[in-house]
Design a protein around this ligand. Sequence first.
Ligand code: AGP
Length: 594
Amino acid sequence: MCGIVGCILKENEDVAPILFDCISKLEYRGYDSIGLATFSDGKINIKKDKGKIIEVDKSLDLKDMPGSFGIAHVRWATHGDPSKLNAHPHVDEDNTVAVVHNGIIENYLEIKEELISEGHVFKSDTDTEVIAHLIEKFMDEGFDLEHAVRKTIGIIEGAYALAAISINEPDKIVATRKDSPLIVGLGENGYYLASDSPAILKYAKDIIYPEKGEIVIIDRDGVVVHDEFDNVVNKDIETINWTPEMAEKEGYDHFMIKEINEQATAVRNTLTQRENVQEIIDDIGDIQRICFVACGTSYHASLTGKYLMESLAGIPTDVILASEFKYSANTLNDKTLVIFISQSGETADSLKALDVANQTSKTLGIVNVAGSAITRRADYVIQTQAGPEIGVAATKTYVAQLTSIYLLAALVSENDELLNELDMVPDFIDETLKDVDYVMELSKRYNYARDFFYLGRGYSYPTALEGALKLKEISYIHGEGYAAGELKHGPLALIDEGIPVVVIIPPGDNYRKTMSNLEEVKSRGANVLAIGSKDDESLKAKANAVIGINPEVKEIIAPLVYIVPLQLIAYYITLEKGHDPDKPKNLAKCVTVE
Ligand code: AGP
């Protein structure tokens, strides 16, 4: 939610084109407004407005601003409508301080009232503006920028990653964080701050991860990090192995379709984590219960984990939405392994739950972004190897999460057969992707619908949920995923003539029962789109349309392959409806607020 960037160049060149380039890479974090602030000739220059980056750049020419250091922001509105006034950077009334912020200041109203009573004049409805006024107030009292920021974070409550510049201390950016992500990049031409690494991959590979409460001071000579007592902290420098190209569209129309096409690679690369996974298993020792904790797509990957862990390893397993986790915390103990699944590693709900779980249990994070908060706070980490995912709808990170969970389950249960089957998954995915023309044609046939149902049993139930989520989040068509057997307990009443029902029906133990459910909806007039084996003639006879998958993809590994056509359907229906699949309305890639 919101993205921030800061940069100071070693040479005296204009920073705006670089700030613009960096912040454009974070548009997946928020796309209702954008703003840049640079410093030149003793004053702060600001260009900002509501709208997508491309629109605002067209009207304001954001790359044309003087100054060799500055800050930038993309917004996902929480306090105050998307508008020019509410767009960041925010300044004090005299334009002496500019601030960008990602997070939420929970006590901003009290602070604002007090500042107004002291004579401060506010321009926006945001929580962030109080930060600019507080910093200015403390600088007026004689504090330097660093200590004005420190005094400010002693007052504000909530989550933040923020960066500030001041006309009174040129050539300096001061930043800090608590519960929102912030990285510092050491580049050849300058020093960088960003909410996430895709912003700066092109400019800096060496990264420092500031901890909560640390103050980062960057100037032309380098980066210094201070702890709360003003001591210099010697931070480790970690090198990112992602390339800038990985965060580009590389000829695809959208990130989402590029990322769907990268799924075989994501699985293949994640399978290389096998040794690491085995070491974790050996180290964890005796575990009597597993709890998966996650949100959204990661929650659906976790549900598949429950089926695997219970059926293969016989370990009782729960799956809990991160936002609901605290209500189950009483049942945790030191024989419980709590597994946090998250592509970003920064989801606020999951982080809060992780803090709770860390008090009693062993914790394992399955995370795509190296150095993210979950990787730093969990006892153990499996890093999924999907590479950067920019599309808001999770696709390749989902199959990479599943791959890690399958590895874990197969190694815990010493199931060599499953390990061998996993090796075949990348080829199955690529084979499935070859049917894209047929899926495009189907998308034209189905885009009329207002509601969709997705049905699956056992391993295919989470796939149904995930297929429905993909559809609803990007095409804005209502999609409901159901356990196929549950439909007749209520939702069957909604099945009508022509309503599309997507049935996930791979060959295996659940085939016959799922087929009965398919017939139930068919006989009530549903327009059935089945995803099943290519060789399944009886399915072809019963469904209105079938997307055929290699018959060797059996039920147990089907979640890794059968999701692919569902992602494609969501993508192409979204294009048919004229929406942007990479930037669905109201959503952001990284949800750093509870
Ligand atoms: C996925 O398409 C969604 N955008 C969303 O549900 C996401 O999976 C959820 O917010 C969890 O995010 P995380 O994996 O980064 O924790």
